[in-house]
Structures are given as C-alpha cells and as structure tokens.
Design a protein around this ligand. Sequence first.
Ligand SMILES: Nc1ncnc2c1ncn2[C@@H]1O[C@H](COP(=O)(O)OP(=O)(O)O)[C@@H](O)[C@H]1O
Ligand SMILES: [Mg+2]
Length: 360
Amino acid sequence: MHGSDTDGRVGASVCTIAIDDLPDGLIIADRFGRVLAVNRAAARLTGVQPERAVGKDMNEVFPFRDHDGREWWKALDPEGGLRTRTRVPEKPLHLPGGQELYVAARLVREPERCGDVVRVAITLRDGGARARLERSRADLVSTVAHELRSPLTSVKGFTATLLAKWTRFTDEQKRVMLETVNNDADRVTRLITELLDVSRIESGRLEVHRQVVDVPARARRIIAGRVAAGEPEDRFRLTVADDLPETWLDQDKVDQILANLVENAVRHGRGTVTIDIESVGWGVAVSVRDQGEGIEPELAPRVFRQFWRGNSRRRGGTGLGLFIVKGLVEAHGGTITVQRAPEGGAEFRFTVPTGTPDFA
Ligand SMILES: Nc1ncnc2c1ncn2[C@@H]1O[C@H](COP(=O)(O)OP(=O)(O)O)[C@@H](O)[C@H]1O
Ligand SMILES: [Mg+2]
C-alpha cells in the first residue's frame, strides 16, 4: 500500500525523469525569472548544469540574446504585455559561448485565460541541426540550378548560332543542331517532372490509386517499349511464378518503377536484363538484374539518395531515378534493396504487399 505522501514523491520523480527524456531542451522559470527546473537536454545544449541554474536568475545563468544583441528575457517581460499573451514564437538566439539555439516559450497563466503569469516554459532546440538542414537545402537548390543550366546552355548556344548564321549551314547540319536542342529540351522536362515527384515524395503527398494490376503484363509492356526503341529482343528475359496473388497497386507507379529499373539495367549495366516476378505470399517480389559491373556493397546505401550518380555522371541521368523508385515502392507499403547479382551485375529487388481496393 502506498500512502498519498509516497505517491506524490513517485509522481514527482517520474516527472523529472520524463522531462529528462524530452529530445528538446526545457527550462521552467517563475514570472520573476527564477529558474525552477532545467532538463538534461537543456543542460547539454547550453552547457549549464541544472544544479548551477536552479534557484538562480534566468538572465544570469541563461543570458540569451538575439542577433541584434538584445536581451531576450528582458524583451519577453512576462509580467507586462497583453494578458491574453501566452505563446512566444520561436527565435534563433545565442549564449555568450556562441551556441546558437532556437528558443520558444509559453507563458503559463492562472486562471488559464487572462490570469497572472505563474510560470514560463522555455524550449530549446539545436540551431546547428537546423542550419545543417538549411545548408542541405541550399545544396539541393544549387544542384538543381546546375542541372537545369547545362541543357539550357546548349539550347541557347545552338539556337543563337542558328539564328545568326542560318544560311551558312547545310540542312543536315541544321537538323543535327535541332535534334540536340530537342533532346536537351526533353531532358529539362524530364528533370522538372522528376523534381515534382521528389517534392511529392518528400512532403508525403504521393497518392496511391489502387486497382488490380497484372505485374507480369506491365513488365512485358516495358520490355516491348525498349525493343520498339531499338534494343535487341534477346537482351531481356522475364520469368513469372505461376502462383502470383491478385495485387491492388497503382498501375502508373508500377510502370514507373519497372521502367526506371529496366532503364538503369540497360544504361548502367550490361548483358542480359532479367526480370523475375515471384510470390511472397502476402505480396509479390520483383527483381531486375543485369550482368554489368554492379554496385559496390559499400555504395549500396547511397544509390537511393537524390542526385547520386556514382561515376556515371557522363551517362546523362539525373540521379533522381532510384530515389523516386524507392519513394513509389514505399508508398505501396513495400521495400526495395540492391545486391550483387549471381552473375555479377546489380540486382534490385522490390516487394509490395497485395494491397486492397481503395475504399474497402
Ligand atoms: N543496374 C545498375 N548497374 C550499375 N550501376 C547502377 C545500376 N542502376 C543504378 N546504378 C548507379 O546508381 C546511380 C543512380 O541511379 P538513378 O537514381 O537511376 O540515376 P540515373 O540513372 O539518372 O543516373 C546511377 O547513376 C548508377 O551509377
Ligand atoms: Mg536511372
């Protein structure tokens, strides 16, 4: 049996443990700025140990300043301002040690609406992590800009030349230049389409419209397309298990997945491209393998990243294909892996669950 006294103490220690479990820093102060509690993450982020801070003045132990050098706590002024104010929006601040932190606060009032401020809860987040994320976004922007610029530079070069010296070229020369312009325009369009897919994947806006999809028939269609485009027919081999379950998938997305994997096998691989489709009971597994150089096992985790092209930069791809393929497979609740095929070469294998009709 626990007395109420013991329960109270257990409750308090669970509370301390719980605030120490938070991933973000938390400081609690009273309205006069006296520090009441500091969790472990706040101690780590600020470098101030809780026992050195509790009972002291906020401004003394955590002298946050904004980029203009203004003292944050003074500007916060918990006792002043509108009595309805509770949220203090997040701001980048720093401490004298140079740590940049994102700091937000909530004024706790009693009674809840329009009462006096009784406590201030302050959350801290690492500014470095956010700066790193912004940097990776800036890298993405510069990569995209670069990818768009190279085909456009070629388009501009050829059109300017043709316009300035139209009569000096033979019809055949003009045709070659226009073909290049046409290909570069296709490349820009493709890059933009892929970037839109990437953005849908990253923001979780990718919608899967399920219908019954005959996966082997889709694979046959993709192969037929490559053959029509001039690939020899005997470059492809398709094996299909006879116990495949009925699958409810998004047909366009399945086509996109297969087309990307087959294109990679043709373009980055060599020899015969084999597509195996088999049942895994709860779904189907498709593997696409070739007999080329394959992908070094230590590079395998990288192939699914955006813009990763290994040493095949000159082969004209965007490096977005496998990132999109992975996103499309995962949108179906599936997984994809890469390994070395038995005959060397790369083997991509994805598994998707059978799925159910959209509104079942
Ligand atoms: N079948 C394969 N064999 C060898 N390398 C491959 C294969 N498939 C993909 N890769 C490597 O992975 C990289 C990323 O592929 P992907 O995302 O489709 O981009 P892209 O095809 O536009 O270059 C390729 O540039 C290539 O280096
Ligand atoms: Mg590709």
